[in-house]
Ligand binder design. Structure first.
Ligand SMILES: [Zn+2]
Length: 794
């Protein structure tokens, strides 16, 4: 009953405003004989009132306020929500109550305005039958099961009540299923369906409850290409356990030594901050707010671990607080009162230590402790809490790349593969090591391998996050970030929070970063996706960019992560506001990304039949989520490198339950090994794509296709291979600065159509991914033979 009253109180006046908004004010305004305006009613606000105790609550109840049935006890205070008029609010404040606003009437009015806009937008979109486009109708066999995958888009798809259904014939009987709507950051992307089938249908039809309908032939996803037949002597399978960063680095050094003609180690200039920590501990107790954090000035392994703090109560009454240092021991003699009780608080001890023992240790605030409680006598030993054996160095780590190629002088096309930006992704360094081994050990006998090693300049970085990697193996398996502690000196520097320190190395880069307003990273030092104190603050991120800067021949890159079974490319980030992505590749570049994925995904499938799903193939934000400041975007937008991402470890299909099972970051080695084998295949697939790119000397050809439209023509271009079309509409010569044909929409592969409404000269040329230009035209050096067509409109 009370609830009802609450709602009517909030909403009743607002309904009137809503009516006014929708046009009823017209008739009111027409009545010109109004003398007195209507009396304004009292406004109401939903507030939280903070109370000391139950007694003051009873008092408030007796005073007759409109209390909501919601009493909550928090931080030793009672909280109750109430609906109050401005007059009542004033009264509450005068009586000394602490009051905070939950919702004002104006806010609710805005919610109603938004609601009204959505209703009107829906009415417009659903006024006619919708247009449906089937983006993909594919089948594939994965893990001994056959699947049908459909991706479709409706132009009214943003409306929740628009439902798309697919139908097809299977062994003569009709099947139907409803597609799932896929949205991200409030934007509609598409509808999709993934379903096991007994027999692959020839065609699927998608209909909408709005009346739209369209059909598409079903084609095979992945498996159409023919992976190279390998020489019967082809050797593989060089990893038999998860390897920590020290081991993988030793392994590539050994390979360089064994194959001096084909490989060398490249040491990167920025050493990491090291698998090391300051020694720390807590003195005092959180319960009585006496706790403080004590940290060594020296690294744990450089003396910090030997530091002890002894807080003792002297027998003397009325003694002052006194700190002395004796070698690596800090003696704190606590102050006592007249009866001989210790009376020093945590904060007093903190200040005394910083004053006298500041060269040995730092005392700071503990998490959720005011430090105002009296601290008890105790002995505290500091420790860096690091558990790796002595074989793991505590010094800054020299990151290394293995450079493989017969000619390693920059004259051949460069390809970069790098793994373990995220420490816990244990399978990923195995992909790198396995690939390096295969390239070097098959060189002598396998023609395909020789072709790659002779013609490419391959850089493999098996671990981008060695410190975090070691930490993940020996201390905290879920470690994602590096080990740099940017919480030092704040209460989050408390050693109980140590597993949350570090920088996310795939968020620390400078393109589309959180500092530029992009979504998917954090500026908080404890966040799982902490971007660092500024762009490219970390040595590991600097090294990656250094490698690309030093070797301008690098045109392809693969950023290897786990898990989920994804194959992705830029853009990798968007601004949350309006889901505005970094510039999308042109239609031609996008077509090239898709074409390359055929080769790469076929190679992955070739190992044990794992198919990377079409719904997990594509630009990062369309299939995963926004990742502000990731490294692939830095390589693509800054360096023009075709920069892909792998997420190794595709879900496993359980035919008995019909469910997909995620594999996790650290599956049983048997599974991790299979993932390493299949994605090493994929990486070699990328090397083949790169080699084809290098060999491609054939220029594309293009054609202009025009179709009559209501007020002129619709023009689109077709190209003989994936190629970017540069065009002008003002009669001028097309250049690389001219507009390009871009994608028609998210997840679409067709180029946009140009709408021509008056007589126009269209000049254009096309260029493929390898830089070959149609008819040998070049805007700067051979500016004659571009295409030209006149569209006449009367
Ligand atoms: Zn990752």
């Amino acid at each position: 009953m009370r609830k009802l009253r609450v709602f009517s109180k909030i909403f009743a006046p607002i309904c009137v405003s809503a009516l006014l908004l929708t046009g009823f004010n017209g008739s009111l305004a027409a009545a010109s004989t109004v003398v007195n305006p209507p009396i304004a009613e009292e406004k109401a606000t939903l507030v939280t009132i903070y109370l000391k105790d139950k007694k003051s609550l009873d008092k408030l109840v007796n005073e007759g306020f409109d209390l909501v049935e919601h009493v909550h006890e928090q931080n030793g205070k009672l909280e109750i929500d109430a609906v109050v008029t401005d007059r009542e609010l004033q009264q509450l404040k005068e009586k000394g109550y602490q009051v905070e606003t939950v919702t004002t009437q104006e806010q609710v009015q805005n919610i109603l305005i938004q609601r009204q806009q959505k209703v009107e937008e829906e009415a417009k979109l659903t006024a006619a039958a919708d247009e449906i486009k089937i983006l993909r109708a594919n089948y594939f066999e994965s893990q001994k099961e056959t699947f049908l995958y459909i991706e479709a888009k409706s132009n009214a798809g943003t409306v929740a009540s628009v439902i798309l259904n697919a139908s097809w014939k299977e062994k003569g009987t009709s099947q139907t299923a409803t597609l799932q709507k896929v949205e991200d950051a409030g934007a509609y992307l598409y509808h999709s369906l993934l379903i096991p089938v007994e027999k692959v249908p020839n065609e699927v039809t998608v209909t909408s409850n709005q009346g739209g309908k369209t059909a598409k032939k079903v084609t095979e996803w992945v498996g159409g290409g023919k992976p190279d037949k390998r020489n019967k002597h082809y050797v593989s399978d060089f990893v038999d356990h998860y390897m920590n960063p020290t081991e993988v680095t030793d392994r590539i050094e050994a390979l360089a030594k064994e194959f001096p003609k084909l490989a060398e180690v490249v040491e990167m200039p920025n050493k990491t901050n090291g698998y090391r920590r300051k020694a720390q501990n807590i003195a005092g107790k959180k319960e009585n707010h006496s706790s403080i954090v004590i940290s060594s000035k020296a690294w744990g392994h450089e003396g910090g671990n030997d530091v002890m703090i002894e807080l003792a109560k002297p027998s003397e009454k009325g003694a002052p607080l006194k700190v002395t240092v004796d070698g690596s021991k800090v003696n704190v003699s606590l102050a006592t009162d007249e009866s001989g009780q210790a009376i020093s608080t945590g904060n007093q001890v903190k200040e005394a230590i910083n004053q006298t023992a500041g060269s040995l240790v730092t005392a700071s605030k503990a998490y959720q402790s005011t430090g105002n409680g009296v601290i008890a006598p105790q002995t505290v030993k500091l420790t860096d809490s690091l558990n790796a054996p002595a074989t793991v160095s505590r010094d800054p780590f020299a990151m290394k790349a293995l450079r493989i190629g017969k000619q390693r002088d920059g004259s051949k096309l460069g390809v970069l593969a790098y793994s373990q930006e995220h420490a816990r992704e244990w399978v990923t360094p195995l992909v790198s090591v396995e690939t390096a081994e295969r390239l070097l050990r098959n060189y002598a006998t396998d023609k395909g391998t020789r072709n790659l090693v002779d013609n490419l300049d391959i850089f493999i970085v098996p671990t981008v996050n060695p410190d975090g990697g070691h930490y993940s193996f020996y201390d905290y398996n879920m470690q994602r970030k590096n080990m740099t502690n940017y919480c030092e000196g704040t209460e989050y520097g408390d050693p109980s929070i140590r597993n949350s320190w570090g920088v996310d190395l795939n968020r620390n880069h400078e393109i589309g970063s959180v500092y530029d307003g992009y979504s998917g990273a954090s500026t908080s030092c404890t966040s799982g996706s902490f971007a660092g104190p500024e762009e490219v603050s970390e040595p590991e991120a600097k090294n990656l960019i250094w490698l690309a800067d030093q070797n301008a021949n690098i045109k392809f890159a693969m950023n290897i992560h786990s898990y989920g079974g994804y194959f992705m490319w830029p853009p990798g980030a968007y601004k949350a506001e309006g889901r505005e992505t970094l510039p999308r590749p042109t239609a031609g570049q996008e077509a090239y990304f898709w074409a390359a994925s055929n080769t790469i995904l076929d190679e992955i499938k070739n190992h044990r039949g794992t198919v990377i799903l079409p719904s997990r193939t594509g630009p990062v934000p369309d299939v995963l989520y926004s990742a502000a400041g990731n490294s692939a975007d830095a390589l693509w937008y800054k360096k023009g490198i075709y920069a892909w991402d792998f997420e190794v470890g595709a879900d496993l299909y359980d035919a008995a339950t019909g469910k997909w099972q995620p594999v996790g970051f650290q599956p049983e080695f048997k599974e991790g090994h299979e993932e390493a084998m299949e994605f090493s295949n994929g990486l070699i697939g990328m090397l083949k794509v790169a080699n084809d790119y290098q060999k491609d000397k054939k220029a594309p050809a293009s054609k202009l296709v025009k179709k009559k439209a209501t007020n002129g023509f619709e023009v689109e271009f077709t190209t003989s291979e994936p190629a970017t079309v540069y065009y002008t509409l003002d009669g001028s010569r097309p250049t690389f600065q001219s507009p390009t044909i871009n994608l028609r929409g998210i997840r679409e592969t067709d180029g946009e159509k140009l709408s021509i409404t008056r007589s126009t000269v269209i000049n254009w040329f096309s260029m493929d991914a390898s830089g070959n230009i149609e008819k040998n035209y070049h805007p700067d050096t051979n500016p004659k033979k571009y295409n030209s067509e006149v569209i006449k409109i009367k």
